[in-house]
Ligand binder design. Structure first.
Ligand SMILES: [Zn+2]
Ligand SMILES: [Zn+2]
Length: 263
């Protein structure tokens, strides 16, 4: 039985300071592969460096909606990410992201977030890569933008999915995956749990979003890839599946989406 943590930030503190320990505990907890996700240019480069150092780590490159106002044009984004891609001799970049819309914090103006999101999606299409989408308090707008591109062959995942069953249905209808984080173990997450019950297991990924969002029983502590099994356990409980079935399906899904090598 092997899990894939489909969304981690291994370049962030405090994980980056003790990566050998973090990766050792991940392996001890049957985490076979990890996708580490860039949130800005330095972080995307660091994500690639970590992925290059660790055979079981792959990465996504992009600029988080929080920093959307850094991006002046599609050409600027492509040039900057291309500089990182030129260093990817081991072909470890498996996705574009994270990108999307965050209206909860709104660190960048909404207008800038919409532009940045669309430019990332265009680049994902151009480079034939899936996209890792961040959607916080912006379900309608995120899905409206994705719908423009889904018809053109874009694939991807809504990471740390936080919508209800209707939102999940729209995401699935567009051919996108849903990624479930430790939030599904939180007491107040009944709406999310209902959506997870609704979504077919062959469309779900699991993630930690570490170092954030540690699942129960580690809520409030530093999260790490080794804790992704608590997400899988909750999905197994909700969908009346065995942990082995959840591990095998979510692993297959992540490998199919990100074109990861088999374990
Ligand atoms: Zn995110
Ligand atoms: Zn993230």
């Amino acid at each position: 039985m092997q899990f894939i943590d489909s969304h981690a930030h291994l370049d962030m503190q405090p994980l980056v300071n003790s990566l050998p320990d973090v990766m050792y505990r991940a392996a001890a907890n049957q985490v076979g592969q990890v996708m580490t996700i860039g949130v800005d240019l330095p972080s995307s480069l660091n994500a690639l460096r970590i992925a290059s150092d660790w055979p079981q780590v792959f990465c996504a490159v992009g600029i988080h909606p929080h920093d959307a106002s850094q991006i002046s044009s599609f050409e600027w984004l492509e040039d900057q990410l291309n500089l990182i891609r030129l260093q990817d001799v081991l072909c470890k970049i498996k996705a574009i992201g994270e990108t999307g819309l965050d209206f909860a914090k709104e660190y960048s103006p909404r207008e800038a977030q919409f532009h940045a999101f669309r430019w990332h999606l265009e680049l994902a299409l151009k480079w034939s890569l899936p996209v890792v989408v961040h959607d916080r308090d912006a379900h309608e707008q995120t899905l409206d933008v994705l719908a423009e591109y889904a018809g053109k062959g874009l694939t991807g995942v809504l990471h740390c999915f936080s919508g209800d069953t209707d939102t999940a249905r729209r995401v699935l209808d567009m051919g996108f995956y849903l990624s479930v984080s430790g939030v599904v173990t939180f007491a107040k997450a009944d709406v999310l749990r209902e959506a997870v019950r609704f979504a077919p297991i062959d469309r779900l990924l699991i993630e930690t979003d570490c170092p954030f969002l540690a699942p129960v029983p580690y809520r409030g502590k530093t999260n790490e890839p080794g804790y992704v099994k608590y997400v899988a356990e909750e999905i197994a409980r909700l969908k009346c599946l065995t942990l082995e079935e959840v591990a095998s399906c979510t692993t297959q899904n992540a490998q199919a989406l990100f074109a990861l090598p088999s374990l």
